[in-house]
Design a protein around this ligand. Structure first.
Ligand SMILES: Cc1ncc(COP(=O)(O)O)c(C=O)c1O
Ligand SMILES: Nc1c(O)cccc1C(=O)C[C@H](N)C(=O)O
Length: 424
């Protein structure tokens, strides 16, 4: 499609947008009295208008039923989380039994490491990407120390090449083969938080499995953003964030995926709690843990139902729309945003930025600012654009296809142009 950087053209794209009706189903923050141009769905997705009712229903059940709500609420609480497993499994390309919605991302990764990072004197190394999100680095380092190993000799980071802003799949695979039979685990962010790169999860998973390692994925920036086929790719485990592209609310529950081949394996160690024990016998209060042989066995505590309510509201929207439609719009809106940025780069002599996101991308474009820095970011924020700044000099732009419009992209371009002109 031949794009044009005009308001009329952007409006025409909006008129023809199959998802245009969804924008109105979200609350937008206001800046200067107007709906913000919201680029931070990769950090905290907007609130679906249906979320409030789901929360209110739980509050009302609690008021009217007290403890009886566990079993007699219309959406009973004791198995509330199960309602989220099937729609999440669809987003992950997993089977429902492989998915359990629980805890938060870093907490889940620690629980999953208890099962899938079992270092021996011979096989103890972990491969991850350099400059992974800090929480992942802290999690890995603390796990390695917990097992009595030295992080320096244990954590092997795959580097980007000199002068490049992205990782090459062949370099990840080469590193996996180089570490070979010393490799215990590969754990990488499926979509990198900084440059927005989508890793080739299928190829990397295969390479890791071929040398006998476990392979897990941090899907914080992938879930609800890109197509995932965890079961087909044979990934061992994964966890994600629901508060980004899945719009579940600040700090809300994450979840785990564990490949079906591990579910019936009672030799895999796990950090257990009563909610992981089989639901059929859980309330018999027996001293022995009984696995359900599903991902639910990794649950520890009873679910935070109030938090899961808006998550369920959002998943119902995902089930209605489906990832293929979201991906179709995402591809066009991100391409249009890229075009708008390129036009400004051509038009404005003093523009000095570079898109560092490679062509393997989802919703996010990361823009490296060579000249103007934080003052340009501040200008955008003051003038109605909510974006984020990642040190040392990157602005991340993630136009979530559920609620961002093509007009937003055009208007953003005009504000950016003005910001660049004013800063010179
Ligand atoms: C890649 C990545 N890993 C981990 C986290 C931490 O998530 P949480 O605070 O939910 O544990 C985030 C986001 O904050 C992230 O983007
Ligand atoms: N969860 C966040 C928060 O509570 C405050 C600020 C940022 C966040 C984020 O999620 C950051 C996000 N993971 C990132 O990619 O930078």
């Amino acid at each position: 499609m031949q794009f044009k950087n005009t308001l009329e053209f952007a409006k025409e794209l909006d008129v023809n947008d199959a998802l245009k009706g969804y924008r109105d189903q979200f609350y937008f923050p206001k800046i200067n009295g107007k709906d913000a141009i919201y680029f931070t769905g990769n950090s905290l997705g907007l609130q679906p208008k249906t979320a409030q009712k789901f929360v209110d229903d739980v509050m009302q059940d609690w008021a009217q039923l007290g403890v009886e709500g566990h079993f007699y609420a219309e959406k009973s609480w004791w198995d509330y989380h199960e309602r989220l497993a099937a729609p999440m499994a669809t987003l992950l390309g997993a089977k429902t039994k492989e998915v359990c919605v629980m805890n938060t991302l870093t907490v889940n990764l620690h629980f999953l490491m208890a099962s899938f990072y079992r270092p021996t004197a011979k096989r103890f190394k972990i491969i991850c990407e350099e400059k992974a999100f800090p929480s992942d680095q802290y999690m890995l380092t603390s796990q390695v120390k917990f097992h009595g190993f030295n992080p320096k000799d244990t954590i092997v980071e795959v580097k980007k090449r000199e002068g490049e802003h992205f990782w090459r799949t062949e370099d990840v695979v080469a590193k996996i083969n180089e570490v070979g039979d010393e490799l215990a685990l590969v754990l990488i962010g499926g979509v990198n938080y900084y440059n927005g790169q989508v890793f080739d999860m299928e190829t990397i998973t295969k390479a890791g499995k071929d040398v006998g390692a476990f392979v897990g994925w941090d899907l914080a920036h992938a879930a609800g953003n890109i197509e995932l086929k965890l079961n087909e790719w044979n990934a061992d485990f994964a966890s994600w964030c629901s508060y980004k592209y899945i719009n579940s609310g600040p700090g809300n529950a994450s979840g785990i995926y564990v490949n079906e081949k591990h579910l019936a394996d009672d030799s895999i160690p796990r950090l257990e709690g009563w909610w992981g024990s089989k639901k059929e016998t859980r309330f018999l209060m027996k001293p022995e843990f009984e696995s359900s042989h599903t991902a639910d066995s990794w649950q520890v505590s009873n679910p935070p139902v109030l938090a899961m309510a808006p998550y369920l509201a959002s998943l119902e929207m995902f089930a209605e729309v489906g990832m293929p439609a979201l991906i179709k719009k995402r591809n066009v809106i991100v391409a249009y945003l890229e075009f708008v940025l390129q036009e400004i780069d051509k038009e404005v002599e003093t523009a000095n930025f570079e898109i560092i996101t490679p062509k393997e991308r989802g919703t996010q474009l990361s823009v490296l600012l060579h000249g103007q820095g934080k003052e340009l970011f501040n200008y955008l924020m003051k003038n109605g654009v909510i974006t984020d700044w990642r040190e040392p000099n990157v602005i991340r732009l993630a136009p979530a296809p559920f609620y961002c419009s093509f007009e937003d992209m055009y208007r953003f371009g005009q504000i950016l142009k003005e910001g660049i002109l004013q800063s010179n």
